[in-house]
Design a protein around this ligand. Structure first.
Ligand code: ADP
Ligand code: MG
Length: 257
């Protein structure tokens, strides 16, 4: 076992082969109320799309629709050319990982066990195999030396990185992030954002719901602005941030920037 410095980039970093994701006229509802309405956009393989917009605009519901934690009312989501509606939900959630604001780690298990348990259950690995791979994934998120800590003995940022390592261990084709830094103390935000930026550079396809406008500007290939369940504007970050067309985006940016 190598003594990896917790903050340095590991040498044998894994490259990802992210898949293309295409949303086709996607509508999601709670009962009779549509909260995501006719959304279309494509996330090219290995690129990052940041979704921004006011609270209640449907961003979280949209992400949950992408891996069918929320069943679409109509429309479709393609992974490469395959309709996600034809993929079994369990398989789909392995292929499209979702990390939330609240990290949902098992409190009585160490960081290593949190990752290894998923590998044993989902990938049916032996205990030894799962532990070895879990250790590698934790090293990649800078937590090699924290692998035997329980969540309560880790900072919020470290817990969030364990949750990300656990999702990555499933070898997803796409990663979804829902405001993963919103609950963190300010000094811990940067480490998690840098990790996400790093995943993007390594080829992961990502959809990131975030309030971190500097991150969106720096890392996104595409920014999607939602309001009241609809995509109001979408395009490269420089276009949206420097030259917003709609009054709604202009107002939103004036409030958050
Ligand atoms: P955002 O993530 O942009 O804040 P959400 O996707 O959480 O937006 O919510 C979109 C809309 O759906 C909001 O109007 C919200 O009140 C509504 N909503 C969210 N969750 C539920 C639910 N479980 N039942 C009914 N309505 C919901
Ligand atoms: Mg939300």
């Amino acid at each position: 076992m190598s003594a990896t410095n917790a903050t340095s980039t590991p040498l044998d970093v894994q490259q990802f082969r992210g898949s293309r994701l295409e949303l086709l006229d996607l509508t999601l509802a709670y009962g009779p109320i549509d909260v995501v309405k006719n959304v279309d956009f494509t996330v090219a393989p290995g690129t990052t799309t940041c979704v921004i917009g006011p609270s209640g605009s449907g961003k979280s519901t949209l992400l949950r629709g992408l891996n069918r934690l929320h069943e679409p009312k109509s429309g479709d989501v393609l992974l490469e050319t395959e309709s996600t509606l034809t993929v079994k939900p369990d398989e789909l959630r392995r292929r499209i990982g979702l990390v939330f604001q609240h990290f949902n780690l098992f409190p009585d298990h160490t960081a290593l066990e949190n990752v290894a348990l998923s590998l044993r259950h989902v990938k049916k690995m032996s205990s030894a195999q799962a532990k070895e791979l879990a250790h590698r994934r934790l090293a990649e998120v800078g937590l090699a030396e924290r692998s035997d800590h329980r969540p309560r003995d880790l900072s919020g940022g470290q817990q969030q990185r364990v949750a990300i390592a656990r999702a990555l261990a499933m070898e997803p084709e796409v990663m979804l992030f829902d405001e993963v830094t919103s609950a963190l103390d300010p000094e811990l935000v940067k480490g998690v954002l840098n990790l996400m930026a790093d995943l993007g550079k390594r080829g992961m396809t990502m959809v990131v719901v975030t309030h971190e406008m500097n991150f969106a500007r720096r890392v996104a290939d595409q920014v999607v602005f939602m309001d009241e369940g609809r995509v109001v504007e979408a395009g490269p970050p420089a276009e949206l941030f420097d030259n917003p067309q709609s009054p709604r985006l202009q107002r939103f940016l004036s409030e958050v920037l």
